[in-house]
Design a protein around this ligand. Structure first.
Ligand SMILES: Cc1cc2nc3c(=O)[nH]c(=O)nc-3n(C[C@H](O)[C@H](O)[C@H](O)COP(=O)(O)OP(=O)(O)OC[C@H]3O[C@@H](n4cnc5c(N)ncnc54)[C@H](O)[C@@H]3O)c2cc1C
Length: 429
């Protein structure tokens, strides 16, 4: 019996990743679900898939339930930058958790990057087309950054960027193909995966077990000893304990028509590029000669394609005016525009740990999840399998309420204020 619901996919604008993706793996049909599992995981983004893979490899019987098809949410529609660190800056982490746990968190972020690298650059993941190197640019001359304005022209031709730094341990890649390859690894490890089913009900039953209901009219039910919620920014209000901790924040990406010669002139590097501002841009050349341009956040509005395109057109012109001019002359359009939802805690650090008896969460990776979500998935798997105590590192991260609409308004104001601060600082420089 199939409970697939194709209409659920229509709320996502098509991405360049979908157009260029490998075939989606065939996951389990709900008719063949066993009714009792060691662990049920809700949400098959990078966090959920990583937790599932690590648990299955440790011998647990795991079911992973996904509301849409795998990769439609943030993990399959993001910028594709995989770098070290967390969404929260190092100094703030240090203040929040102290030097010992900050050190552990730093090491985890690096381990997450290594875990992603090993997979992305392996033969089975060749479709991810990984490319080494992410360049961070600043709108200011900075002695901390080792690439001066003169040397920057090797990488980018634009008047506003004044200094930069290159990280060759970081890389960029096709995130949707990565997710599909990881899904294949999960299936091979014995994880039962059910797509297009929203978990709508969690209910404690006897012997410390929990029932999950999902599918049309909650027709499917499984029982599990432990539950992990990995619903990212799209969990909504379904799980109230998390809903009060996580704010859904949108961010936007456009992809141009192919223009390899124009890009070779203005961005003569294959490194992915971002800038140092909190409200900054990120962009990279795609393998078929297109420009991917990411920008902006919004907690309140959900702009349509046209608005996202208008935002990007202005943004490109503001940062790379000569590129924008050449695009206009050659009639190069922005062919794709989409948004995605990130889950943010107030302090920008994720929540990874227990939320009630037999129930855990791994969520809130914000705009920096490509290394952090998979390592947190691994750490929760270690905790549930009893093989490490690394979960403690997340224990000192305070749980702070986000206050619903008020929190969203505060996030919007924070973002606008950051933009104004950046503009003011640039004018003064
Ligand atoms: C546009 C964009 C660009 C980004 N760029 C980058 C980048 O370049 N580098 C970087 O490091 N990070 C980036 N990020 C952030 C990164 O994508 C996220 O931090 C990361 O993917 C979060 O993974 P996740 O598994 O926690 O959440 P998700 O990938 O959102 O997965 C959660 C899953 O849970 C499912 N779900 C929700 N509710 C239910 C339910 N009730 N029942 C069943 N399933 C449910 C959802 O459908 C979803 O598939 C970007 C994010 C966006 C949106």
């Amino acid at each position: 019996m199939s409970h697939r619901n194709p209409s659920k996919t229509s709320e996502f604008a098509p991405t360049w990743y979908e157009k260029t993706a490998i075939q989606a793996p065939v996951c389990l049909d709900s008719g063949s679900l066993n009714d009792t599992y060691d662990v049920a995981i809700i949400g098959a983004g990078l966090a959920g898939l990583s937790a599932a893979l690590h648990l299955a490899k440790a011998g647990s019987k795991v079911v992973l339930i996904e509301k849409f098809t795998i990769g439609q949410a943030a993990s399959g529609r993001n910028g594709g930058f995989c770098t070290t660190g967390w969404a929260c800056g190092d100094e703030d982490i240090l203040k929040m958790v102290g030097p010992d746990q900050a050190q552990v968190l730093n090491e985890l972020s690096e381990e997450g990057l290594r875990w992603m690298r090993e997979r992305a650059f392996s033969k089975n993941y060749a479709s991810c087309q990984p490319i080494n190197g992410c360049l961070t640019l600043s709108l200011f001359a900075s002695e901390e950054l080792d690439i001066s304005k003169q040397k920057l022209t090797k990488f980018i031709r634009g008047p506003r960027y004044k200094s930069g730094t290159l990280d060759l341990t970081a890389f960029h890649f096709h995130p949707l193909n990565f997710l599909r390859c990881l899904t294949l690894d999960c299936l091979a490890a014995g994880v039962s995966i059910q797509e297009n089913c929203e978990v709508t009900k969690i209910r404690s039953v006897v012997d410390g077990k929990t029932d999950l209901s999902f599918g049309d009219n909650q027709a499917i039910k499984v029982t599990a000893a432990q539950i992990i919620i990995t619903t990212g920014g799209t969990g909504g209000t379904r799980f109230s304990k998390l809903a009060r901790l996580i704010l859904p924040i949108q961010t936007f990406i456009t992809v141009s028509d192919p223009m390899p010669e124009i890009l070779a002139h203005h961005i003569p590097t294959d490194y992915a590029i971002s800038d140092t501002r909190r409200a900054g841009n990120y962009f990279r050349k795609l393998p078929d000669g297109r420009l991917l341009w990411g920008m902006g956040i919004s907690a309140l509005s959900a702009p349509n394609h046209q608005k996202i395109n208008t935002m990007a057109t202005k943004d490109i012109a503001a940062h790379l005016p000569e590129l924008a001019k050449d695009m206009r002359c050659a009639n190069i359009k922005l062919a794709y525009a989409w948004s995605g939802t990130m889950g943010y805690a107030r302090h920008f650090m994720p929540y990874v740990g227990q939320i009630s008896k037999n129930m855990f969460c791994v969520t809130g990776f914000g705009g920096h999840g490509m290394n952090t979500a998979p390592i947190a998935g691994k750490v929760i798997a270690e905790a549930l399998s009893g093989t490490s105590d690394r979960l403690e590192a997340f224990g000192s991260i305070p749980r702070q309420a986000t206050f619903g609409t008020i929190g969203k308004m505060a996030a919007e104001i924070y973002y606008q204020a950051s933009q104004m601060k950046d503009a003011f600082k640039e004018r003064l420089a």
